[in-house]
Design a protein around this ligand. Structure first.
Ligand code: SF4
Length: 296
């Protein structure tokens, strides 16, 4: 997949409500499009207007300069979140180092960062995360299946599931706060107890501090069309089962949600993994709509 440089007008987007889980106050996207090409990716939805999602990556070439001036203009420091619309550690980042240069800018400005990724490339930047500081830098790794082969099918160009777990273990060992995003959990594919248990037990072995889970997937317009096409290639007949079960619903919840949620809660208690992560202990815990707040 090729890439093209573009000039962004602005970078930092202030969150209307600071994120009560991760403490993020602002969001940035350094790229448009994502090389990982997960078959369920929500960024394909028409509302995001990333029309070249599966064709080319647009690189915000002036991101570092923009961010430096936007951070300097803020009176109060906060926490920048990245990774909601694309993966800041997609393969191209190894060459361009845009995320790395952005982290250096965040460190210089004395801000915090919250990164969502499916890539072991994040390990390259441990030095900068350490400068930002363990209490102000966190990495949320998305893992939806414990099985490498299934992961390759669903998230074809992301790091393998084993590589993601190894990265989590290394990050935790280096003193970085780590979380695991167990979402989406695809109905009829990933929503079995063995999968959920396998993921959470491996997360515990890796010293993961917190878990964010959601048992279902959101689907709309061209994202749904792409997902169903890909399902038919790997699981013939399954898209018909989705149509029957969910029609045109935006949120397609696993029929096993209650059972899986209980299992996740019990495992998190057993392994001392927080499900209520919050950077600021004084802030009120609040219920998040995880499917709006978390990575696709
Ligand atoms: S789900 Fe995340 S990692 Fe996968 S293609 Fe979309 S933005 Fe990239």
């Amino acid at each position: 997949m090729g890439f093209r440089n573009i000039q962004a007008k602005t970078l930092l987007t202030r969150m209307r409500h600071p994120d009560g889980w991760f403490g993020a106050t602002d969001n940035i996207n350094l790229y448009r499009g994502c090389q990982h090409r997960c078959i369920y990716c929500d960024t394909r939805s028409e509302c995001y207007q990333v029309d070249t999602f599966d064709e080319e990556i647009l690189v915000k070439a002036n991101a570092v300069e923009l961010l430096r001036s936007e951070l300097a203009a803020r009176r109060k420091k906060g926490i920048v979140s990245t990774g909601s619309m694309n993966d800041p550690y997609m393969p191209l980042e190894a060459e361009l180092r845009l995320t790395r240069r952005t982290l250096a800018t965040i460190a210089e400005a004395g801000w915090g960062v919250h990164i969502t990724t499916k890539s072991a490339l994040v390990l390259r930047d441990v030095d900068l995360l350490q400068v930002i500081g363990p209490e102000r830098a966190s990495v949320l790794m998305t893992v939806t299946t414990a099985d490498d082969a299934l992961g390759r099918m669903l998230e074809p160009y992301a790091s393998s599931v084993s590589e993601r777990f190894a990265a989590l273990a290394e990050l935790a060992q280096q003193g970085i706060t780590t979380g695991l995003a167990l979402m989406p959990v695809l109905p009829f594919i990933e929503d079995d107890a063995a999968n959920i248990q396998g993921i959470i037990e491996r997360a515990a072995e890796c010293g993961v501090h917190y878990l964010a889970c959601g048992f279902g997937v959101t689907l709309r317009d061209r994202q749904r069309a792409y997902y169903y096409r890909e399902l038919e290639r790997s699981f013939p007949g399954l898209s018909a089962r989705y149509r029957e079960s969910f029609g045109n619903a935006y949120y397609c919840a696993s029929p096993r949600t209650a059972e899986l949620q209980r299992l996740a809660n019990a495992l998190c208690r057993r392994y001392h993994i927080s499900e209520d992560f919050c950077r600021e202990p004084s802030s009120e815990p609040r219920q998040l709509n995880l499917f709006q707040a978390l990575p696709r």
